[in-house]
Structures are given as C-alpha cells and as structure tokens.
Design a protein around this ligand. Structure first.
Ligand code: FES
Length: 73
C-alpha cells in the first residue's frame, strides 16, 4: 500500500511503491534504498519535483486536516 502524508508546512511524503514521471511520461530516478519520497508543494525547491528543504527558508505554511469521519450509527 502507498501512503501520502501531508506534512505541516512542508512536502508530501510518499511511502510505498511508486514511480514519479514528468508530463512527457519520463521517469525520475528515485534511490531504491530510500523508504520515502518527499515531493515539494511550496514551489521553492531547486530539485523539483522533490523537496530540498527550501520550504523552511520561505516560511511556507499549510496545515490541512482531513475531515472527521462520520460517526457510526
Ligand atoms: S516543500 Fe520542501 S522544498 Fe518545497
């Protein structure tokens, strides 16, 4: 199973099997030894689409929360 975790004030962290391709379908190289991949969502990374930590310097803020699940009846 693949899980995407939205980090507060940071990247999308993906854990599990995945490939990352550009708009032309070309695949980005992802080190196989890394258990997770972090994708930039602040727009400031110099290694897009991956996060390079630049979100800290640009004071990116975002802290979305999923809606609460409806109560079981
Ligand atoms: S989210 Fe980390 S550099 Fe953009």
């Amino acid at each position: 199973m693949t899980t995407i975790t939205i980090r507060d004030n940071g990247p999308l962290v993906i854990q599990g099997p995945l490939t990352v391709v550009d708009a032309a379908g070309n695949q980005f190289s992802i080190p196989t030894e890394k258990p997770t991949v972090a994708l930039c969502r602040c727009g400031q990374s110099k290694v897009k689409p991956f996060c390079d930590g630049s979100h800290k310097a640009c004071s990116f803020t975002a802290a979305e929360r999923a809606p609460a699940a409806p109560a079981a009846s």
